[in-house]
Design a protein around this ligand. Structure first.
Ligand code: F6P
Length: 326
């Protein structure tokens, strides 16, 4: 009997999502003769009646799609089903409506592409149903537990590195301190990787957006941490400083080859897990191969930069100051 699986992208977008959707639909079609339905705007699509979803025709998912940033299904990082933000500012539990939306699709399995927060929410949403759920980790922050890589991270690092490459000559020409603020919340993975790759040194400092939040009270107005740091450096040293806040530029690009490969490997594995009758698991990348782990060993935790890890040691060995005394 032909089965039908659903896929949705949830949380902040990143490069590689379209390649992931494509990989899932192609594996489902070629490997098992299954149909795939794409749900629009993450869990938001499940609130519409009829549910906002479309069948994914494998013939239309050519390689052009794998090269495109964003997610053609749409996504959301606002709208926790259990505390959904309503127009009047209140929060409402709309999880039952979403579960009903899933029922209307008559799916045999669901694949959710998200970061740690989205995967936790989706797992909770699905826990009261018999629908098998498999998670695929994506986030430029690369902080999902039990996977060395999440889709989108490689592209974000490449963009932040390119930004450093561009800032260095102008900073050097003017004898300025150039501060680059990257995304990545408090995980630090983009900051350390791009800092090493982009040759951060005394004229080029990489700051993760959440770094130094303990100084929030000292920040001027709405200044970002990068701008705050540039001001502080000028105040303390007299040096001219300029801040660049990279922002969403890190999310919107064409995916790197690595992100496309990861998307392909994760998409195939996720479908294979459903075919093998597995549920409540996340695919991951570990020690040069694709793995799968129980979602309960992923959610509620996050993977920040290891202060004793290889990249931290490498940075120190190159003389990059990491803002501590080690
Ligand atoms: O989690 C991904 C991320 O890009 C973070 O690095 C960043 O802090 C956040 O999302 C930005 O969210 P928004 O798109 O809502 O501004």
């Amino acid at each position: 009997m032909t089965k039908c699986i659903g896929i949705l992208t949830s949380g902040g977008d990143c490069a590689g999502l379209n390649a992931t959707i494509r990989a899932v639909a192609l594996r489902a079609h070629h490997g098992y003769g299954w149909k795939t339905v794409g749900i629009s705007h993450g869990t938001h699509g499940l609130l519409h009646r009829p549910v906002a979803a479309e069948p994914l025709d494998p013939a239309r998912l050519d390689a052009v799609l794998a090269r495109q940033g964003g997610t053609f299904l749409g996504t959301t990082n606002r709208g926790n089903p259990f505390a959904f933000p309503m127009a009047d500012g209140s929060k409402k539990d709309r999880s039952a409506e979403m579960v009903e939306g899933l029922r209307e699709l008559h799916l045999d399995g669901l694949i959710g592409v998200g970061g740690d927060g989205s995967l936790e929410i989706l797992r909770r949403l699905l826990s009261g149903t018999a629908l098998p759920f498999i998670g695929i980790p994506k986030t430029i922050d690369n902080d999902v537990f039990n996977t060395e890589r999440a889709i989108g991270y490689s592209t974000a690092v490449a963009i932040a590195t390119e930004a450093l490459d561009r800032l260095q000559p102008t900073g050097a020409s003017h004898d300025r301190v150039m501060v680059l603020e990257v995304m990545g919340r408090d995980a630090g993975h983009i900051a350390i990787a791009a800092g090493i790759a982009g040759g951060a040194d005394i004229v080029l400092i990489v700051v993760a957006e959440a770094a130094g939040d303990s100084h929030q009270g000292e920040r001027r107005g709405d200044a970002s941490i990068g701008e705050w740091l540039a001001h502080r450096l000028t105040d303390m040293t007299g040096a001219e400083a300029r801040a660049t806040v990279l922002g969403h530029v890190q999310r919107g690009a064409q995916p790197t080859a690595e992100d496309r490969l990861l998307a392909a490997a994760f998409g195939v594995k996720a479908v294979d897990l459903l075919a093998a009758g597995k549920a409540d698991r996340m695919v991951g990348w570990w020690n040069r191969t694709v793995i799968d782990v129980p979602l309960e060993k992923v959610v509620g935790r996050s993977r920040t930069v290891d202060p004793q890890g290889a990249l931290t040691r490498t940075a120190r060995a190159l003389g990059i100051c990491l803002g501590d005394d080690a």
